[in-house]
Design a binder for this molecule. Structure first.
Ligand SMILES: C[S@@+](CC[C@H](N)C(=O)[O-])C[C@H]1O[C@@H](n2cnc3c(N)ncnc32)[C@H](O)[C@@H]1O
Length: 291
């Protein structure tokens, strides 16, 4: 009886009238590019470049990146013939792991400081097949097409134009790594509530939109979800810089608010170190257009 009642309630749900098997349903889940917002600008990301590689100290993150690279290698995506276009490469956690296995990586990012770090690490690793290009992805015109078009953890993935261009520029493979609906940092939430009087906005970016779009276009995407904890320990000043960086994406912060953030961090710091834990779920989607 209860089961039947539930079924009839579900039939009345207006969303169900939409056909989730057609690409249009999924295209509507992406934003249309209307000029650079703060998250798509060089200065925003330049500020993060110095500490960006902190994440490599987190076991869950490092294992995830390595498993993604290994999966691509096993599927035959990374070979000595492969030419890669990497969109928004940052300091290169994926670039530097792909480069030793492929012919060339053209790595594009808007942030000069992120690219400086990438170039320095490439030199240290003796890699000479990475072309690091500073450009805004939305106006960048690459030459030719690429065996693999790759993008990880970047806000540019949320736009219709990016997905359209990734599909066009890829000769065979597309790989996306992106949020998959969970990103919960309790300390950030507490600070957000204190400063703005409300919790952070619900987190809607999800790579499952990309997965479903590709599926509805008749492709056979492979998807894997990684769920775990990013545990980071940073000196108080570094954590303060990072928290302010993130909060500024939500609204302006005056000197008084900045002081409030500092006070909260001082309360939780132990011997000058702040430990934060972020519960994350991240998705990896691989498309072989020839399959
Ligand atoms: C969170 S980082 C991810 C970096 C790297 N892919 C990774 O997985 O660590 C986001 C990157 O997107 C880049 N980005 C943001 N807007 C961009 C744009 N319009 N064109 C090119 N890169 C952009 C930033 O500079 C930054 O390096």
């Amino acid at each position: 009886m209860g089961y039947k009642r539930n079924m009839s309630a579900r039939r009345c749900c207006p969303q169900e009238k939409e056909n989730v098997f057609v690409p249009e349903f999924w295209w509507r889940r992406f934003r249309r590019y209307q000029g650079p917002d703060p998250w798509l600008k060089a200065d925003k990301w330049d500020r993060l470049a110095e500490d960006y590689d902190d994440l490599e100290a987190c076991t869950f993150y490092r294992q995830m990146v390595e498993e993604i690279i290994e999966t691509m290698a096993v599927r035959g995506v990374l070979t000595s013939q492969t030419r890669v276009l990497e969109i928004a490469c940052g300091t290169g956690p994926y670039t530097l792991r792909m480069a030793p296995r492929v012919a060339e990586v053209v790595a594009v990012d808007i942030s000069g400081k992120m690219l400086e770090r990438l170039k320095q690490k490439a030199r240290e690793d003796g890699l000479d097949n990475i072309q690091a290009i500073q450009a805004d992805w939305f106006s960048y015109q690459p030459q030719g097409r690429f065996t693999l078009v790759f993008a990880a953890m970047t806000p540019v993935l949320n736009f219709v134009e990016t997905v359209e261009r990734m599909l066009k520029l890829s000769e065979r493979y597309l790989v996306l790594v992106h949020w998959a609906g969970i990103r919960e940092n309790l300390l950030y939430r507490k600070i957000h509530e204190t400063i703005f009087g409300r919790p952070p906005k619900a987190f809607t970016a999800t790579v499952l939109n990309h997965f479903n779009l590709f599926y509805s276009l008749g492709m056979a995407p492979e998807c894997r979800l990684f769920k775990g904890l990013w545990v980071r320990r940073r000196p108080l000043e570094a954590e303060l810089k990072h928290m302010l960086w993130r909060l500024e994406g939500e609204g302006d912060l005056g000197p008084q608010e900045q002081e409030q953030v500092r006070k909260i961090l001082e309360e939780v710091a132990v011997e000058g170190i702040v430990e934060t834990t972020t519960k994350v779920r991240i998705g990896f989607v691989l498309v072989d257009k020839s399959a």
